[in-house]
Design a protein around this ligand. Structure first.
Ligand SMILES: C[S@@+](CC[C@H](N)C(=O)[O-])C[C@H]1O[C@@H](n2cnc3c(N)ncnc32)[C@H](O)[C@@H]1O
Length: 296
């Protein structure tokens, strides 16, 4: 497969928040294709950059891209286990942790991964294809109608969730739903055309919901933020970029609870969003929100 180019979002802002940590240890907990990491290596110049990702295939992309930098330690793992993953490498504390949530262009580009409703592929959607046995196929073809409704409603914030869950269950009694295209077409045909969202594909919310359920993304995020705050040393920062309201709400609430516990202070009273210039250049930045917490 040809290498997809993922443009790192809010890059200047990330670099600015990380700039005090030259010569220190920085963790990129979602290295992906290494866009943020490469800029951090070049511009912030940490002593060590820990490059973590739960997806072995994309971690390999990052390894290739960053192969010229000797001060990078690659770790395969979920950021919900950040402190133990770091301890295994003999690292007890770090100066900053960056999390750029969700999936990469790399995932959307490869139909085999099953993330895209625009490219036909198997219903997979797992980031961790080694450890995670729950695929989108399992969810779509074996979860109860009620559970499907809850997932699509809660994780997709989809007002047509009830109808979509019913349509999935009806369809699968005839034959298993196997591909992303089948699912995308089914969702699109369930929502009356006049109610289709204007700027996104009608299956966007359903796909987001199933992806979140497959990867238990919200649970990982909650655990990951708590892990990160524990391994960051006084004066260090946690920088999180989220892409939808469910993620952003979790970040906002946990930062508030960290403040209440006197762990430090929130540096971004309001989330930082991308400029219209950046959004024009990179539509994915449209929904990005960056929040920073500084430990005392
Ligand atoms: C938006 S991409 C990161 C892009 C990267 N910042 C860049 O500039 O190239 C998000 C990455 O986080 C990874 N990821 C998602 N959830 C994760 C988790 N719980 N633990 C570790 N990595 C995760 C995904 O596999 C994906 O590669």
């Amino acid at each position: 497969m040809e290498k997809a180019i993922h443009k790192p979002v809010l890059l200047e802002e990330v670099i600015t928040f990380l700039s005090p940590y030259q010569g220190e240890i920085i963790v990129d907990a979602t290295v992906g294709e290494g866009g943020h990491s490469e800029a951090i290596l070049v511009r912030v110049k940490p002593k060590l950059l820990v490059a973590l990702d739960t997806d072995i295939e994309i971690l390999q992309q990052a390894r290739m891209r960053l192969s010229n930098y000797p001060n990078v330690k690659f770790i395969l793992g979920d950021f919900s286990q950040l402190s133990s993953l770091l301890k295994k490498e003999g690292i007890n504390e770090v100066s900053a942790v960056l999390m750029d949530l969700g999936i990469s262009s790399f995932h959307l580009e490869d139909p085999e991964r099953g993330f895209s409703f625009l490219k036909n592929g198997p219903l997979d959607m797992r980031l961790d294809r080694i450890g995670n046995k729950l695929t989108a196929y399992e969810i779509v073809n074996s979860f109860s109608e009620k559970r499907l409704y809850e997932i699509i409603r809660e994780y997709g914030e989809e007002r047509w969730a009830k109808k979509i869950a019913r349509a999935i269950v009806e369809r699968r009694t005839q034959a298993k739903i196997k591909s992303t295209k089948e699912l995308a077409d089914l969702v699109a045909s369930t929502i009356p055309k006049r109610f289709w969202p204007k700027k996104i594909h009608p299956a966007t919310r359903t796909f987001q919901a199933i992806r979140i359920a497959v990867n238990k993304e919200l649970d990982s995020l909650k655990a990951g933020l708590k892990e990160a705050i524990n391994v960051i040393k006084p004066g260090g920062r946690l920088i999180v970029i989220s892409f939808h309201s469910l993620e952003d709400r979790i970040v906002k609430h946990l930062y508030k609870s960290f403040e209440k516990k006197k762990y430090g202070r929130i540096l971004t009273k309001k989330p930082i969003v991308a400029s219209s210039h950046e959004i024009k250049d990179n539509p994915r930045a449209r929904s990005a929100k960056l929040r920073v917490f500084e430990k005392v």
